[in-house]
Design a protein. Structure first.
Length: 155
């Protein structure tokens, strides 16, 4: 529970913020904040008639509702297409462009992490299932190596 009344009473007696802090057990910055807010609303000691501690707290520390904005999520398919289309393009450069368009957007680390998550889910993988010795897979780099491959013996 805040000790606003006690802070205002001691302040009215002319005590410094340091002394008020020591006597009430409230930190010095908090004492300063209480006194600043009371001065903004022109409230001193004694409290105005009809004002109790709860009304004082609501007046001085009214909850300010800030709308929570959700960051704009980029189209990851477009990001992947851009990276594949341009050799020297990096995620960091794409993130800089994204941040210019969306200042309240994702941080660089979240941008990269979300891109990696998307890529892991949407990555195309070719998978072969085969039994050993059933088929022979060979990649011939030069035409003459194909001839060597055909002349080898199987035991």
């Amino acid at each position: 529970m805040r000790k606003i009344e006690e802070v205002l009473r001691l302040s009215a007696q002319g005590k410094s913020a340091r002394v008020i802090s020591r006597e009430t057990g409230v930190s010095r910055p908090s004492v300063a904040t209480y006194l600043e807010k009371a001065a903004e609303h022109e409230i001193g000691w004694p409290l105005p008639a009809g004002m109790d501690v709860q009304a004082l707290e609501q007046l001085l520390f009214a909850a300010v509702e800030t709308p929570k904005s959700t960051p704009v999520i980029p189209n990851w398919q477009e990001v992947a297409t851009e990276i594949q289309a341009h050799n020297h393009l990096t995620l960091q450069l794409l993130w800089f462009e994204y941040k210019e368009r969306n200042p309240n957007g994702l941080s660089y680390s979240r941008f990269c992490a979300r891109y990696r998550e998307w890529k892991k889910i949407n990555e195309v993988v070719m998978h072969f299932e085969h039994r050993g010795g059933e088929k022979l897979f060979a990649i011939a780099a030069y035409p003459h190596s194909l001839g060597l491959l055909l002349r080898t013996h199987r035991y």
